[in-house]
Design a protein around this ligand. Structure first.
Ligand SMILES: [Zn+2]
Length: 497
C-alpha cells in the first residue's frame, strides 16, 4: 500500500483561519484528545463525541460529533491519529467547560468526511497543554468557561470510594500532587475518571511520576484550592515531552518523595445518613431533659420537621465571625478565642427556629450553609438587602420564606444552649409545600400527621448536600475532615454566638 500524500486541496486551511463565513473548509489535524459525553451518566449511548484537534501551526480547536452520527464516526476516528477533515460546520463557541480557548467550535455533520493520514504527513506533536501553576489558581476558581490543565509530581493516592445515590453508583478517588516548589493540591477524580490512576500506581515503573491532568474545575475548600475532574479529563504519567523534562529538571532540590497510599473510609450513603438515629421531637426533648444522665445525649440524630417560626426579631439572623475559628467577634472586631483581630471577618447566617413535627415543637439553631440552602440566598445578598431602604423589613420578609419548609436535619443536643436546645449540624433535604387548594390541604395535613414516626417516603429532592471535598494533604497524614471535628466546630459556633 502506498502512503497517502496530501494534495494541495487537503492542506488548504489551518485552524486559525476558521470562521463562520463559509462551509468548505479542509483541515489536517491530530485528534489529540477524544472522549464521550453523556448528558446523564446512565445514558446508554454518548450524546456527543468531543475532540481536541491540533494542527501544524499549533492551533487547537474543540470538535463535536452529534448523537445521530456518533456511531458513524466512532469507528472512523481514533485518538492520537492525524486526519484530513472536510465539510464540517464552524460555529461560534458559546459552550462552557471547553478544553481549549478558541472563538469557534467545529461540528461534524453527516456530510463531513475524515481521511486517516500517515504519521509522516504532517509535523504535529502528540500533545499540547496550557498548564497553569498550582500555586496560582485563584483566578480559575469556580470558572466554567475554560477548564484547567496542571502538571505535578504524584505524591499521594487515596483508595477509591463508592457512593450510592438513589439508584446510581458514584465513585471517586482523590490524588495529591505537588509542584517543583512542593506546593500541594488535591485532585478528585470523579466517576469513570477514578480509574485513571490504579491502586498500585506507586509500585509500577519509574519514580518520580510526573502527571499532567487536563479538563479540571478549580474549587475552594477551607481556604485550599482543589481540582475536580470532568467527563473529559485525561491523566498522563511521565509523558516524554519538554514540559515534563523541564519539571523534572526544576525539582532537583526537592527530595524524591514516595507516593503515599492514603486509606479513606467509605462514607455512609445519603439514605443512611438521612435516616440514622431517627427521632421524633418528643424523643429528642426526653433526651434533652435527661441531659448528661442520658448516655445518648452526645449522639447525633436525624429528624424531619417543618420550620414553624423564625426568631429573627429576638435573636437576630446573622453574626460576624472570625475567619480563623468561626467564633463570633466582638464589637471591636476582636476574636476572644484567637486573641487577635481577624484579618477577614466573615458574615454568617445564624437563625433560631421553632421546628414542628406535627406532635411537638422545639427550638433549633441553624447555621450558615444550611440557612443558605433553605432560603436560597447567600449571606452576601442578604446583607445587601439589609443595607437598602427599609432593609430590616425586607430581610424579615425574606426570612419568613423558611416557614413551612419541611427539613430532614441532622441534629445534636446542645447541652450548653441558652436559647436553642438543638443545633442543626446539617440540613439534608428540604421540601417546599406545593400550592394546594385549601380543601385538599386539610386532608393532607391529617395524612402527614398519621405518618409521623415513619421513615420519609422517597420524593424528589430539592436540595442535597453530597459534595465532600478533600483538603490538601500535609506530610504523611490523611486530613480528610473528621465528621466529629466538623460537628464540634459547628457546635462551637452555636455556643459562641
Ligand atoms: Zn478566632
Amino acid at each position: 500500500m502506498t502512503p497517502k500524500t496530501l494534495d494541495m486541496e487537503a492542506t488548504k486551511n489551518y485552524i486559525a483561519e476558521l470562521d463562520t463565513t463559509k462551509r468548505d473548509w479542509t483541515i489536517t489535524a491530530r485528534v489529540t484528545r477524544m472522549w464521550e459525553v453523556r448528558y446523564k451518566p446512565t445514558n446508554p449511548t454518548p450524546d456527543t463525541i468531543d475532540m481536541v484537534l491540533l494542527d501544524e501551526q499549533g492551533s487547537q480547536i474543540q470538535a463535536l460529533v452529534k448523537k445521530a452520527i456518533v456511531s458513524h464516526f466512532k469507528d472512523r476516528l481514533q485518538e492520537g491519529r492525524i486526519y484530513t477533515m472536510t465539510h464540517f460546520n464552524v460555529g461560534k463557541n458559546n459552550r462552557t467547560r471547553l478544553q481549549v480557548e478558541n472563538e469557534y467550535i467545529i461540528w461534524f455533520t453527516s456530510f463531513t468526511s475524515v481521511t486517516l493520514q500517515e504519521e509522516s504527513s504532517a509535523a504535529i506533536p502528540f500533545h499540547k497543554f496550557n498548564l497553569r501553576p498550582i500555586d496560582d489558581l485563584s483566578e480559575r476558581t469556580n470558572k466554567i468557561d475554560v477548564l484547567t490543565e496542571v502538571i505535578g509530581q504524584l505524591i499521594g493516592v487515596e483508595n477509591k470510594i463508592t457512593q450510592n445515590h438513589d439508584n446510581n453508583t458514584d465513585q471517586r478517588r482523590t490524588i495529591h500532587i505537588q509542584d517543583e516548589r512542593t506546593n500541594k493540591i488535591a485532585v478528585t477524580l470523579w466517576g469513570q475518571q477514578a480509574d485513571l490512576v490504579a491502586d498500585d500506581v506507586a509500585e509500577n515503573g519509574a519514580q518520580p511520576k510526573i502527571v499532567i491532568i487536563t479538563a479540571t474545575r478549580v474549587t475552594m475548600f477551607k481556604g485550599n484550592y482543589q481540582l475536580n475532574s470532568t467527563g473529559g479529563t485525561k491523566l498522563y504519567i511521565n509523558l516524554e515531552i519538554p514540559e515534563v523534562e523541564n519539571f523534572k529538571k526544576n525539582m532537583t532540590d526537592v527530595p524524591l518523595q514516595e507516593i503515599l497510599h492514603i486509606e479513606v473510609t467509605q462514607p455512609e450513603s445519603l439514605e443512611e445518613a438521612m435516616t440514622k438515629n431517627r427521632k421524633t421531637i418528643t424523643e429528642l426533648q426526653q433526651i434533652y431533659m435527661e441531659g448528661e444522665e442520658n448516655q445518648e445525649a452526645k449522639n447525633t440524630y436525624t429528624c424531619v420537621a417543618k420550620i414553624a417560626t423564625i426568631h429573627d426579631q429576638e435573636c437576630g439572623w446573622m453574626y460576624t465571625s472570625c475567619n480563623n475559628c468561626k467564633s463570633k467577634i466582638d464589637e471591636n472586631q476582636y476574636c476572644n478565642k484567637c486573641e487577635d483581630v481577624p484579618e477577614f471577618p466573615t458574615d454568617r447566617y445564624r437563625l433560631i427556629a421553632t421546628i414542628d413535627d406535627g406532635i411537638a415543637t422545639m427550638t433549633v439553631g441553624i447555621f450558615d450553609k444550611d440557612v443558605k440552602k433553605i432560603i436560597g440566598k447567600p449571606i452576601t445578598s442578604m446583607v445587601k438587602i439589609y443595607n437598602q431602604d427599609n432593609g430590616p423589613e425586607k430581610v424579615a420578609k425574606e426570612l419568613q420564606q423558611c416557614i413551612g419548609k419541611k427539613c430532614t436535619m441532622k441534629l445534636k443536643v446542645n447541652d450548653k444552649g441558652y436559647i436553642q436546645e438543638l443545633t442543626a449540624i446539617k440540613v439534608f433535604h428540604i421540601e417546599t409545600e406545593e400550592k394546594r387548594t385549601p380543601q385538599r390541604r386539610g386532608k393532607e395535613i391529617l395524612r402527614e400527621i398519621k405518618k409521623e414516626g415513619q421513615p420519609p417516603k422517597k420524593q424528589k429532592m430539592h436540595s442535597i448536600t453530597t459534595t465532600e471535598e478533600t483538603p490538601i494533604i500535609t506530610a504523611g497524614t490523611n486530613t480528610n475532615p473528621e465528621p466529629v471535628q466538623l460537628h464540634d466546630q459547628l457546635l462551637h459556633q452555636g455556643q459562641s454566638s
